[in-house]
Design a binder for this molecule. Structure first.
Ligand code: ATP
Ligand code: MG
Ligand code: MG
Ligand code: MG
Length: 436
């Protein structure tokens, strides 16, 4: 991508409405633009990061056996009357009427709709277990939308729904999502801690929130310190029996404020007690027959009888994650993207646009890197070098390849690693080889 053709509206000043660093940096780097309170347009740079996160979420969902579909954003109120949640949900639900005066809503979550799809399409226990998911926009009319995408009103969520013949099998589905979440967040460069959590309006009795620790987090959390640095299990696990891996984590104390048990926390050795603030980036629930019973989602069991399916639901705040990643990874100069989600892999900085040798070397580098599948942002405008360095540091691309007239005359270029700040001169060809 050539910067001269791109939309990258960088802001020099910190926007006064942004209270936390991730919101400030997302606005300053032109990733998002507020269109209404809690409603954002995703500008090209922000959208790239969103797509990279989605891709990782898709891969880990599918690895865990979930199947993608896509449900609409608008739903019929009548569907929510079947579960009894229409009146309970309150003001967070955006209620709309169509031209025939039919009551509709913009989905804040999809338990009812997926249950409706399931009951209309799956009839036998032989089709189970099943896990269906999508990544779709949600709307919640939050009382206090704030912190940018962290608490938006319109936001992108991955929501998965599992269907099983009984509780034993449903708990296995829960465990698969539990492990898939750990792997997902780890690939995003985050340390997410699973914590016992309240189930809120979704319901049920078994639930974990996945929390990343950050001073700006909205939740007070309490956990055993060892959970914070415990590595994710990775893909190479026995997906049919994950209980050991789950127990290893859930046996250590970790709870959000609503579920906090002071006595149990005090039983944790004092030097291992961590009381902190955190950001909820994922939330998983097992709620048995809460929706299947009132909505009649049944399958025929092995003995021919009709049984209500046992369900769970599993949410990831895809758009919120961007804020979370920036909170966890930035410095004075700007964002430091983990390579897995960086909007571009390499910033190619031409220090003298118009100089024949510089332009030719940049063209060559651009072609070679792009051909090797690297996402390159080519800084090809006539800004001063200092401004180019500052803006590329600000948007946080992992590698900067800097090409200037003096160096290139001797076949030398500079390479800078954003995360460490290390910058060194090297032979142009060697650098191309390293980056391709
Ligand atoms: P919160 O406690 O932050 O209000 P929630 O518990 O209401 O979140 P869930 O119903 O558990 O949210 O939804 C699943 C996930 O969706 C959350 O874990 C969070 O990552 C994300 N999410 C929820 N509300 C928002 C929001 N307003 N903006 C961005 N992401 C959100
Ligand atoms: Mg909420
Ligand atoms: Mg919550
Ligand atoms: Mg939640």
């Amino acid at each position: 991508m050539r910067l001269s053709r791109y939309l990258l509206p960088l802001l020099k000043e910190n926007p006064s409405e942004a209270q936390i660093v991730s919101h400030r940096l997302m606005l300053r780097t032109g990733m998002i633009r507020q269109e209404a309170a809690g409603i954002y347009a995703w500008l090209p740079l922000g959208l790239r990061v969103l797509r990279k996160i989605e891709k990782i979420v898709h891969e880990e969902m599918q690895r865990a056996g979930a199947v993608e579909l896509l449900m609409p954003t608008l739903q019929l109120a009548d569907l929510w009357r079947e579960s009894g949640r229409y009146d309970d949900y309150g003001q967070e639900m955006l209620r709309i009427k169509d031209r025939h005066e039919r009551e509709m809503l913009y989905g804040p979550t999809n338990e009812e709709m997926i249950t409706e799809i399931f009951r209309g399409t799956v009839k036998s226990y032989k089709d189970l277990p099943m896990n269906l998911y999508h990544i779709q926009w949600k709307f919640r009319d939050e009382q206090r939308p704030r912190f940018g995408v962290m608490r938006g009103r319109e936001f992108l969520m991955k929501d998965a729904y599992s269907f099983d013949i009984d509780e034993v099998s449903a708990r296995k589905a829960y465990n698969r999502m539990f492990i898939a979440y750990l792997n997902t967040f780890s690939r995003l460069g985050l340390k997410a801690v699973p914590m016992r959590a309240d189930t809120g309006p979704i319901g049920g009795d078994l639930s974990h929130e996945f929390i990343i620790l950050a001073e700006t987090g909205e939740s007070a959390v309490f956990c055993h310190k060892d959970l914070v640095d415990m590595p994710a299990p990775g893909a190479d696990v026995d997906w049919d029996d994950l209980q050991g891996l789950v127990d290893q984590r859930t046996s250590l104390y970790a709870a959000t404020e609503e579920m906090h048990d002071e006595a149990a926390f005090n039983a944790v050795p004092a030097d291992k007690q961590l009381s902190a603030r955190g950001i909820e980036v994922g939330h998983i629930f097992y709620f048995g027959e809460k929706y299947s019973a009132p909505m009649g989602a049944k399958v025929s069991g092995p003995d021919g009888s009709q049984v209500n399916v046992h369900m769970g639901s599993y949410g990831v705040g895809v758009s919120r994650l961007i804020g979370g990643i920036i909170e966890a990874s930035h410095d004075e100069a700007g964002i430091i993207w983990p390579e897995s989600v960086a909007p571009f892999d390499v910033a190619l900085i031409n220090l003298r646009v118009g100089d024949e040798a510089c332009d030719a070397a940049c063209d060559k580098a651009y072609k070679a890197l792009t051909a090797a599948g690297r996402d390159v942002l080519y800084h090809d405008t006539d800004d001063r070098p200092g401004a180019k360095f500052a803006s590329m540091d600000l948007i946080g691309i992992p590698w900067q390849l800097i090409i200037g007239p003096k160096g290139i005359a001797e076949g030398q270029v500079e390479i800078k690693h954003r995360a460490t700040g290390e910058r060194h001169t090297a032979a142009f060809d060697a650098v191309l080889e390293q980056l391709t």
